[in-house]
Design a binder for this molecule. Structure first.
Ligand code: CTP
Ligand code: CA
Length: 226
């Protein structure tokens, strides 16, 4: 048994990933965002690259710097992320969606800075496309890996997303109060795949967890047509 860094089971495989949050413009100076740090996504990108994969990141705005040897395309909004992904999705072997994509965006962004006037204001929002579901619905989809950030019942909701989006693998984590999640340095994952497959990756540092998840992705990818 060799160390996982020396494994080359993903050698030459093209991995397309989304990472970080998206920003949905309200006006030129304001946006709707979320608490994703992108840490788990960047750690997973490094772990996959260490196994020989050729990784391209479609990255929302984070403070993380681009890892060496990884190609990064910077985007801001969900629509920009979708366009950047769909332009490349037919040419990848695996698609890994770690981004915290905003589910809704303002119907239209104002051209100039909004001024305050009334005591109340209402923002009209419209649903963003589901990037992961679109990739998984391609005629010949890549091996698709999704995440499910949940504050409750991670197993139930993640099983539902795995089936609804027709994914190859999903990794669920609890977010909100307690250890693990968005701004934390540690996390735990419950990984599920079709036909009842299940593996728990216990609470550990995000780099260690990313390695464990890369191991599982490589293992499931090797069995993809079985
Ligand atoms: N995702 C995506 N595009 C979106 C929304 C989500 O690609 N517009 C991806 C995420 O990157 C993640 C998975 O879908 O891999 C699940 O995201 P999540 O927010 O947990 O689930 P949703 O399907 O958006 O459902 P909800 O937020 O209602 O729980
Ligand atoms: Ca969502």
């Amino acid at each position: 048994e060799v160390g996982s860094d020396a494994r080359t089971d993903l050698a030459g495989r093209r991995v397309l990933m989304t990472v970080g949050p998206t920003r949905e413009a309200i006006d030129p100076v304001r946006f709707i965002g979320n608490r994703s740090s992108g840490k788990m996504g960047y750690a997973l990108a490094e772990a996959l690259r260490a196994r020989g994969a050729r990784v391209t990141l479609i990255a929302g705005p984070t403070s993380a710097s681009a890892p060496v040897g990884i190609n990064r395309v910077d985007v801001e909004s969900a629509l920009e992320m979708e366009a950047a992904v769909m332009a490349r999705a037919a040419d990848c072997d695996l698609f890994v969606a770690t981004a915290a994509v905003a589910d809704y965006r303002p119907v239209c962004a104002a051209d100039s800075k909004l001024k305050k006037s009334a005591d109340e204001m209402t923002l009209r929002l419209v649903r963003n496309p589901d990037i992961l579901a679109r990739v998984a619905a391609l005629p010949t989809p890549p091996f698709t890996v999704g995440f499910a950030a949940e504050t409750e019942d991670p197993e139930g909701y993640a099983r539902g997303k795995l089936a609804a989006k027709r994914l190859s693998l999903i990794a669920a984590n609890r977010v909100g109060a307690g250890p693990g999640g968005f701004e934390s340095d540690e996390n735990a994952l419950l990984c599920l795949w079709p036909d009842g497959g299940r593996r728990e990756l216990p609470l550990m540092s995000k780099p260690a967890l990313a390695k464990a998840l890369a191991d599982l992705i490589a293992e499931r990818y090797a069995k993809r047509d079985a």
